[in-house]
Ligand binder design. Structure first.
Ligand code: OXD
Ligand code: MN
Length: 587
């Protein structure tokens, strides 16, 4: 079905006149069309077949070797002024950028097909949801969008015949030329333009580009929140009550693992449900609570390290109807990656398509290789994951990879203190973004690469939201990544992170006390259940709850330096830093 909506038709006409495709195909979300496109991509080699007996409905794709991650240095927020984009975003004058991009797109789809993908971010019919249209010359993008969003006639229906309230997205593969790769957002026009890439985060425009960068703008203007957060539910089986938690962690800190965790054996009285693994849209509802939806319909997860031990739910989700990108492909048509927990294949093709054996010195899978899998297939998916009303949030977690500084968990004194903790968040860089690995960087609310406007104003928006939410979620910082004297992870992590979540929920329910420290409320060690842990006792736990004054002196200097970058920093956050210094001075 096509739409009659003149605002859509006019834009498609303009973009087609610019890119000059041989033909235009409207994506309707049907099974038949998906199968046809899959067959076509197989015939050209864009997709490779996999073992359909063991991996039914799964396909394999390799990106170009120069195109394996998001490119933050080529990502722009072209707001009307540099000031509006703020100190953390690349900016160029919108008119100048449009001119540059139009020159790149000119005729770029000659000999190709332009696909029109209408899609919804959010459950169908939800007041949280928003419509987007992505134009692309990539079947791979179409097939990914079919998994990651709600595609087709449902979107036209939701948009209606006249509304101009939709997000425009133009993606052209062009030549995958790194030097001319641009991922550009024009928030004032609700428009995204991506050129010269074929990699996930750069080209699945509903995800980071729309659901975070453009949506964060819409959210600020409309009084809601678009955040880089997982959403999970914990059901107390006895009472039947489920409490929901969101968590912001920088890329590749285990958000997907946490969202799908399986509680340890002692916690038989609980069930953990996955609502989302990457993005949360949140609104204050009539009951004065903050409610969240997952705007996505699938998971675009990092494959390496995903195993039946680290994340069985993720692995089981990928068993069918999944697109594997840049993993290794075995002779038998199975996917394989480092840390998959199964023996390396005797022979495979690596992510570049070269022959690979266990003796090879190169990695078989790219460290940022991915699976695109339907959320509905996740064994732990929440019965409410598509609830148009969303789920009510009890606690918000912040966290990153800190070898020493941050204790296992601590609670903010109040909302503004929590915003300060989020604003000061830091982590070591990983392979999810191109660039150096292992460098510590501040990543406020894990939104540094995703905040679509001035981050000082974003902090202000967080503080303002606190005033609007009558029943505020409590805010916690967690750190699963402390290292011991030997440089090994000191906390078991993975499913055992549930022990910390349990403490957090007990805190929110008023069931446990805490110890006041300069940085926030710390657990009493005896309140975190350690039953069933091998080689880890309360003495080990105590070491993870230490607040080291010397380290924190440095940390406070680091935070001060970081916050000084924001000309529009809300006073409330400078006050929080001063209060933190004072608490240390008094301690
Ligand atoms: C992601 C990321 O792909 O944050 O989710 O990089
Ligand atoms: Mn992410």
């Amino acid at each position: 079905m096509e739409t009659r909506n003149p605002t859509v038709r006019q834009w498609i006409d303009e973009m087609a006149a610019l890119t000059k495709p041989d033909q235009i195909v409207w994506i309707d979300g049907s099974r038949e069309q998906k199968d046809e496109l899959t067959a076509e991509a197989m015939s050209t080699g864009e997709l490779l077949p996999m073992n359909q007996e063991r991996w039914p409905g799964c396909v394999y794709h390799r990106t170009a070797v120069n195109d394996v991650a998001r490119v933050e240095h080529r990502t722009f927020i072209c707001a009307p002024s540099k000031e509006e984009a703020g100190p953390t975003n690349n900016w160029m004058d919108p008119a100048e950028m449009y001119e540059k991009l139009y020159a790149l797109y000119d005729g770029s789809m000659q000999g190709r097909t332009m696909y029109v993908i209408p899609y919804i971010m959010g459950p169908v019919g939800s007041p949280f949801s928003k419509v987007g249209v992505e134009l692309t010359d990539s079947i791979y993008v179409v097939l990914n969008m079919l998994i990651m969003t709600r595609v087709g006639d449902v979107a036209w229906k939701q948009l209606g015949d006249t509304s101009n309230d939709w997000v425009r997205g133009l993606h052209g593969k062009k030549d995958i030329d790194e030097e001319n790769r641009y991922i550009v957002h024009f928030p004032q026009d609700n428009t995204i333009m991506s050129v010269n890439s074929g990699y996930g985060g750069n080209v699945l425009l509903g995800k980071k580009c729309f659901a975070l960068r453009i949506a964060s703008n819409l959210a600020r203007n409309e009084g809601w929140m678009a955040e880089h957060m997982l959403i999970l539910g914990v059901e107390n089986v006895e009472t039947g009550e489920t409490r929901y938690v969101t968590g912001a962690f920088p890329s590749a800190c285990g958000k997907t693992n946490l969202a799908m965790l399986i509680p340890p054996a002692y916690a038989k009285g609980y069930k953990v449900y996955t609502v989302g693994d990457d993005i949360a849209w949140m609104r204050v509802m009539d009951d004065g609570r903050l409610w969240a939806i997952n705007p996505e319909a699938g998971f675009f997860g990092v494959a390496p390290g995903t195993s039946m031990k680290s994340n069985p739910n993720a692995l089981l989700t990928t068993k069918a109807n999944t697109i594997f990108t840049n993993v290794a492909l075995t002779e038998d048509g199975d996917p394989w990656w480092e840390g998959m927990g199964v023996p390396a294949p005797a022979r495979a093709l690596d992510w570049k398509g070269n022959p690979w054996t266990p003796e090879s010195t190169q990695k078989a899978a790219n460290p940022n290789s991915r699976f695109t899998a339907p959320a509905a297939q996740c064994p732990s998916i929440s019965p409410h994951w598509e609830d148009p009303a969303g789920v009510p949030i009890t606690a918000i977690l912040f966290g990153g990879r800190r070898a020493k500084t941050a204790p296992l968990v601590y609670e903010a004194f109040d909302w503004n203190h929590g915003v300060f903790i989020g604003a000061a968040m830091a982590s070591e860089t990983t392979a999810a973004a191109s660039g150096a690995v292992g460098v510590v960087r501040r990543d406020p609310m894990a939104m540094l690469p995703f905040c679509g406007y001035n981050m000082g104003d974003y902090f202000r928006h967080w503080i303002d939201m606190g005033r609007k939410i009558e029943h505020k979620p409590r805010i916690f910082n967690v750190n699963w990544f402390q290292l011991d004297e030997n440089g090994r992870f000191a906390w078991p992590g993975f499913g055992d992170n549930f022990r910390v979540i349990e403490w957090i929920l007990k805190r929110c329910a008023g069931e446990v006390d805490a110890v006041e420290s300069p940085i926030g409320y710390l657990p009493k060690p005896e309140d975190i259940v350690l039953d069933g842990l091998e080689d880890f006792d309360i003495e080990d736990l105590k070491k993870l709850l230490v607040v080291d004054r010397e380290i924190w002196e440095d940390e406070m200097d680091g935070i001060a330096e970081h916050l000084a970058k924001f000309e529009r920093l809300p006073n409330e956050l400078s006050e929080q830093l001063a209060a933190l210094r004072e608490r240390f001075a008094k301690a």
